[in-house]
Design a protein. Structure first.
Length: 664
């Protein structure tokens, strides 16, 4: 057994832990512009000396900034900084023995203890020596001030030891002997839309008024003002590329398409009907080609909408890649390309890429270029189809390099898979993710799942994007619960998470006809052109418009981690609050779409800064009514056929019933 060598260098100070950190610092945590990173550090030293602890942070393109961390309990120090620039920031903690602070603390106790003047003057000489050491590390006026204080100490001026400026000067120019630093950690600053935004999905080919007519993107652009008026921020389009003809799927996923059936947009690549080949960098000619796409993006931008585009890394058998690069696909023993399968299901119209082919470098570069092509055409937001079936290393490289060049990009992972995989994709660079929200319908399910998403370390990196429906998913709750169920799930999605989306037309129209064999829509728009009554007064669009306005106008609904569930003695009633600064929102939702439910709600008055002795007003932001409440306990009743949810803004600091001030 070898001899141990003496440590050189060494320090009395130990940084025991720094939070937040993700997987030991392997991955960056996530924030959006304007958000704060609150950092805590456990820092200890032997004995009773005081410590100086600093938080150092910087953006990759900016000089380092320093914030002094303040001591809390149990040797914990806290500091914070806000992210004001997109992209990667690093932060670390530095700590050392604060020799002057230790001296001053002991000197104060000597003064308060009434020690003789001679002893105090002797101690002041030690303080003066520390100041002269600090002066040696200072320049200009700071050096002169430190030397002046040293002279005052040497002259026996006790009061000078407690002036605020001497403490600040000594601290700023401390030689930091024996300083230790934590390893650097990182935070990725995303656009605000990654944290707070409402998505609207529709098929542009169904934007017309005739189901026999394949609409163009120019016709789809005529629907954009309505979508903007409904309060959405992002318009999400399924793939807009040419669709293959080989093994094209027919209505409701029929394995054989009838003449004229348009096929699934996710079977990418083919002649598109005009005899010219096209793939992931082409727009279906029936949609109007790339020129129409550019006009669509320009129209959306002019209205204040962002366009999100679906990226699906798979091909139809007719895709040019199949002919030009057969080495990018898996092959059967007979040499034919292997189509997608999930036995016993077969998807002959789709060829998956082989991410571990010997030609993987060329394949990866080409797939990355698909993103850059659409970025060059104005797309900054992408919904990525089934990313969990592609190599994780590819996503780490691809998304990392893309966001290094374009830090404003947003990627939504469509990964309905196991939690560890979903969370890993978020760590690899996806800004948003689909979730299990669709399948969490009971009170216990919702509270347990939302606790995981909002109150654990998951919230540091995983941003849930709640969708009540998608073209692939129509839950039985919506099927059997009808219109009330649609309103309930809409309110939950839009208020539990600051990011949510709708597969718009069928949801607005409460179209809830389910396929008899699958948890998806019958007469599915994935395989056929539909026509919708875009201005139907009986649709949910009026409610959607009001709900999105409530979201925009109340800052508490812009955050994820401020969610708090409140006690209500009925398993069919869900109560929760969100609070941000002066904005305080209370949501009450029945989970029963069939019959009225009632119960007793308990409010945490102290946490809400409300008095048990004075009335306060609540404003129902959906129904418009105002009520005066008093005390912590309140009887609530929700009828799903009248109004299955209430969103209250709590108004505080009421003086009288006719003259009141309020927050929010």
């Amino acid at each position: 057994m070898g001899a141990w060598s003496l440590p050189d260098p060494w320090s009395r100070v130990v940084i025991t832990a720094v939070q937040p950190r993700l997987d030991g610092g392997r991955w960056p945590i996530k924030r959006t512009l304007g958000e704060t990173v609150e950092v805590t550090a456990g820092v200890i030293v032997d004995g009773h000396d005081r410590l100086a602890v600093e938080l150092l942070y910087r953006h990759a393109d900016a000089p380092e900034s320093i914030v002094r961390m303040t001591p809390r309990h149990n040797d914990e120090y806290r500091g914070a900084f806000s992210v004001s620039t997109l992209g990667l920031h690093t932060y670390r903690v530095r700590a050392w023995v604060d020799r002057f602070g230790t001296w001053q603390d002991q000197f104060r106790r000597r003064v308060e203890g009434g020690e003789p003047e001679a002893e105090l003057k002797s101690e002041l000489l030690d303080g003066a020596a520390l100041l002269r050491t600090a002066a040696a590390h200072a320049g200009g006026s700071a050096r002169q001030q430190l030397l002046a204080y040293a002279e005052a100490f040497e002259a026996g001026e006790v009061a000078a030891a407690f002036e605020a400026s001497v403490v600040s000067l000594a601290r700023d120019h401390d030689p930091r002997e024996g300083a230790v630093e934590s390893e650097p950690l990182s935070v990725d600053a995303d656009p605000v839309l990654a944290r707070f935004g409402a998505w609207y999905e529709f098929f542009p080919r169904s934007a017309g008024d005739d189901p026999e007519h394949h609409a163009t993107l120019d016709e789809a652009a005529e629907r954009l003002p309505r979508i903007k008026d409904l309060g959405f921020d992002i318009v999400y389009l399924p793939p807009v590329h040419p669709i293959g003809r080989a093994f094209r799927k027919g209505k409701d996923n029929n394995p054989v398409a009838e003449p004229g059936e348009p096929g699934s947009p996710w079977a990418i690549g083919g002649d598109g009907g005009d005899g010219t080949a096209g793939g992931h960098k082409s727009v279906h000619p029936d949609l109007g080609g790339i020129e129409a796409f550019d006009r669509f993006v320009a129209r959306a931008e002019a209205l204040g909408l962002k366009v999100a585009l679906d990226i699906a890394f798979q091909t139809s058998p007719d895709h040019p890649y199949v002919t030009d690069h057969p080495e990018w696909f898996k092959h059967r023993p007979d040499g034919t390309i292997r189509y997608a399968e999930n036995p016993p299901k077969k998807y002959q119209d789709v060829y998956p890429f082989d991410f571990v082919t010997d030609a993987w470098p060329a394949l990866w570069e080409e797939l990355r270029s698909v993103f850059t092509f659409w970025i060059d055409h104005g797309v900054r937001i992408f919904r990525v189809d089934n990313p969990h079936t592609k190599a994780f290393a590819f996503w780490a490289w691809c998304l990392g390099s893309l966001r290094a060049e374009n830090p404003d990009l947003i990627f939504l992972a469509e990964a309905f898979t196991r939690p560890k995989i979903m969370y890993t994709l978020a760590k690899l660079g996806f800004n948003n993710s689909y979730t299990y929200f669709t399948w969490r319908n009971t009170k216990d399910e919702l509270q347990t799942y939302l606790h995981e998403l909002t109150q654990t370390d998951v919230a540091e990196f995983f941003r849930p994007n709640f969708w009540p429906n998608t073209p692939d998913i129509l839950h039985a709750y919506l099927v059997h619960g009808g219109r009330p169920a649609h309103v309930i799930r809409l309110v939950l999605a839009a208020t539990l998470s600051p990011v949510y989306g709708l597969y718009g037309p069928p949801f607005e129209h409460v179209f809830n006809k389910q396929h008899p064999a699958r948890e998806e829509y019958a007469d599915n728009e994935k395989y056929e052109i539909r026509a919708w009554n875009w201005e139907d007064p009986n649709s949910l669009q009026g409610f959607i418009r009001r709900l999105n306005r409530i979201r925009r106008e109340n800052a508490a609904l812009h955050e994820l981690r401020n969610l708090r569930f409140l006690p209500v003695d009925n398993p069919h009633l869900l109560a929760y609050s969100k609070q941000s600064g002066d904005s305080l929102i209370l949501c009450l939702v029945t989970l029963d779409p069939f019959q009225p439910q009632e119960g007793r709600l308990h409010l945490p008055l102290a946490d809400f800064q409300l008095s048990d002795e004075r009335a306060f007003q609540v404003h129902d932001l959906i129904g418009g009514e105002r009520f005066f409440w008093h005390g912590a306990h309140h009887h609530i009743r929700l009828d799903p056929h009248v109004l299955p949810a209430r969103i209250f803004r709590i108004l505080r600091r009421i003086r009288t019933e006719t003259d009141f001030e309020y927050f929010g």
